[in-house]
Design a protein around this ligand. Structure first.
Ligand SMILES: Nc1nc2c(ncn2[C@@H]2O[C@H](COP(=O)(O)OP(=O)(O)OP(=O)(O)O)[C@@H](O)[C@H]2O)c(=O)[nH]1
Ligand SMILES: [Mg+2]
Length: 349
């Protein structure tokens, strides 16, 4: 792991692949010393001047064809001279049977493309919190100068909602059929989707795919009309990632939506809101980290848990005690910290 965040930040900014890969490994790491270096790297990268790519989230059930779509779309974009970063965000890469293998084999064209960079989700998933690591990785890719950042996520748990909070445009990919219950798609996802693509609209699936698309179109109409949408959005359309049908049209919709939101000011507004919400969740996460880093506090929490479970202590009072204990420890740290500043010998230790 490189010792110098400044150097690494420069390499990332210059778009150097090995530097980008290293930077991502660093920000994904949960090791305390790596966390510190990662913070330094992010700060350095931030100071190098903001770059903005187009961030697109692609979600859908396992096997819906997300990787196939990304391979097809990504290849087209690179042919148009755009550079593309692909990130896979899974709560656990075992959930989809090992996304590393899946991603590399299903993005066979893109994997060999020099204008594309593919980063599968880390083995064992994002232990340090999906959203936090993923947004750092997205930031690294943007600062590396990629024009388009595609984020693939399966609709497992809350990851799709989290990913929708770190992209500009959110795409839901579905398979034909099971239109009656809209495939159990969570309402929250439908509300976030800018485009619903009914994939596998080919061969024997064709007529079923048209019905599914009509179902989604009417569900989207019923659901809402958002202020942040131009006429006709959110769009539901048939595509075939395998046969490269509707992909060009999908991209046109994406560009139209992006342009419209830029002009209306919604683009900037969305990015600003995202930045503020990340800032707030960083605070939450840091407090939580500080709490759990303390062995004695962890033991206290576990003891309180037993008392809450057995009904000896109310959950509210139990939580209050833990938080008070944390504040008092932080206070003690500050006192001993300022003492060591007064005492240069101790401070030097
Ligand atoms: N007929 C047809 N099959 C497709 C299409 N797109 C993808 N498939 C097939 O569907 C299967 C799953 O495709 P993937 O692209 O790996 O799906 P995914 O959504 O990325 O899957 P996970 O990453 O495991 O969640 C593969 O066998 C693809 O060949 C399509 O447009 N038509
Ligand atoms: Mg995939």
């Amino acid at each position: 792991m490189p010792a110098n965040p400044k150097q690494l930040a420069r390499r990332v900014y210059q778009g150097e692949r090995s530097g980008i890969a290293r930077a991502i490994t660093l920000v994904e790491s949960t090791r305390q010393d790596h966390r510190r270096k990662a913070a330094g790297l992010l700060a350095e990268l931030g100071s190098l001047g903001a770059r903005e790519g187009l961030r697109i989230g692609i979600t859908g059930a396992p096997g819906a064809g997300k990787s196939t779509l990304i391979d097809c779309l990504g290849t087209k974009l690179t042919r148009n001279g755009l550079s593309v970063a692909v990130l896979a965000v899974d709560p656990s890469s075992t959930a989809s049977g090992g996304s590393i293998l899946g991603d590399k084999t299903r993005m066979s064209a893109l994997v060999r493309n020099p204008k594309a960079f593919i980063r599968p989700s880390p083995t064992g998933g994002f232990q340090g919190g999906v959203s936090r690591r993923a947004r750092d990785v997205v930031f690294v890719c943007e600062q590396a100068g990629f024009d388009v950042v595609l984020v693939e996520t399966t609709g497992v748990g809350q990851t799709d909602i989290l990913v929708s909070g770190l992209v500009d445009i959110f795409v839901l990919l579905v398979s034909p059929g099971a239109g009656d219950d809209l495939q159990g798609i969570k309402r929250g996802i439908m509300e976030k989707a800018d485009l619903v693509l009914v994939n596998k609209s080919d061969g024997e699936f064709m007529s079923q795919a048209s019905r599914t698309c009509a179902d989604y179109a009417s569900a989207l109409r019923l659901l809402r009309s958002r202020r942040q949408d131009p006429d006709g959005f959110p769009v539901a359309m048939n595509i075939s990632a395998l046969e490269d049908r509707g992909i060009q049209g999908t991209w046109k919709h994406v560009l139209h939506l992006a342009e419209w939101r830029r002009q209306q000011g919604f683009w900037r507004q969305n990015r600003q809101n995202q930045a503020v919400s990340w800032f707030k969740s960083e605070i939450d996460e840091r407090i939580r980290e500080r709490l759990l880093a303390d062995e004695e506090l962890r033991a206290r929490i576990s003891a309180q848990e037993d008392r809450v479970r057995s009904g000896r202590l109310h959950y509210d009072a139990a939580a209050q005690e833990i938080v008070e204990e944390l504040w008092s420890r932080v206070g003690q740290e500050r006192v001993s910290g300022s003492q060591s500043v007064d005492n240069p010998q101790q401070a030097a230790k």
